[in-house]
Design a protein around this ligand. Structure first.
Ligand code: GUN
Length: 282
């Protein structure tokens, strides 16, 4: 079987078109959705992500403010910047780009962002609401993955989903969202005893470990849907996912490419959350 490629760029383009219209409507009502992004330090991957967010947000008509500070910026200074945005009605979303330098507590930063402006969906209150299936800001990459799966038309109910990776940003929440869709979810991670025994049972395999070409074709069930969240820079300068794409696409029914799969949807869902927050503010 040769897989159908899940085109994240195309799905993102459609959704961004809808969001741009919603932004227009909000502007007519006197509200311009505003997103504040705070970046500490010069990590090249973070810089590249932030540039992508800026370009996409501005193309949709969202007001985008980037505050870029030196790696020596203190936790206290960062918390004060967050407080200013928490109290600024021109900004409906606040995002602090992760990872942060070691001297800053990610948890303290995440918890300082007002849950009403937490467009990343990382605040414990919003994580709890997601767990309970309540309306809230859903974390962007997991929500983007669910949108891509919906686009395939596959019924998620009762499917065996295997998530490889248990990060707070992707692995844990994507499993939870798919549980909310009535899938049967298994989490695998670095301590899993027999990874392949699990991955080979997956109707839907989601890989988010940050290791280039980590999952090979012989670990994939025939006809599985494969979602590759990895973005790994090879020594050649090329990007590779966490799944060995060329061989995996001969085994899967659907597969996301890297780049052009999950990535464009993450940025799109960030815009979705910012627009949602702006609507709520009215
Ligand atoms: N770093 C990598 N992915 C993300 C994300 O979704 N949000 C934030 N804030 N930082 C990230």
């Amino acid at each position: 079987m040769t897989a159908t490629i899940i085109d994240g760029k195309e799905t993102a383009k459609e959704k961004r078109g809808q969001l741009a219209k919603e932004v227009e409507e909000l502007k007519k009502q006197g509200v311009t959705p505003g997103l504040a992004v705070i970046l500490i330090g010069d990590d090249p991957a973070s810089l590249s992500y932030v540039r992508g967010k800026k370009k996409a947000a501005e193309a949709m008509g969202i007001r985008f403010q980037l505050d870029h500070f030196d790696a020596s910026f203190s936790e206290q200074e960062l918390l004060e910047v967050i407080d200013q945005y928490n109290n600024n009605d021109d900004f409906h979303g606040i995002l602090v780009q992760l990872p942060l330098p070691d001297h800053i507590s990610e948890q303290a930063v995440i918890e300082r962002i007002s849950p009403d402006k937490d467009v990343d969906g990382f605040h414990p209150l919003n994580v709890g609401k997601m767990l309970l299936g309540e309306d809230t800001f859903l974390p962007c990459t997991p929500a983007g993955i669910v949108e891509l799966l919906r686009k395939t038309g596959i019924d998620l109910s009762g499917k065996e989903v295997v998530v490889v990776g248990r990060s707070n940003i992707v692995g844990k929440p994507v499993g939870q969202l798919l549980l909310n869709e009535n899938a049967t979810v298994t989490y695998c991670h670095s301590r899993t005893a027999d990874l392949t025994a699990h991955t080979k049972k997956a109707d839907i395999l989601i890989v988010a470990v940050g290791k280039a070409n980590f999952i090979k074709a012989d670990q994939i069930k025939d006809g599985a849907v494969v979602i590759d969240v990895g973005v790994n820079r090879l020594e050649t300068g090329k990007l590779a996912g966490d799944v060995a794409f060329d061989e995996a696409k001969e085994k899967a029914s659907y597969i996301t490419p890297v780049p052009g799969g999950v990535g464009p949807m993450t940025i799109t869902m960030l815009a979705h959350n910012t627009v949602k927050s702006a609507k709520r503010s009215i």
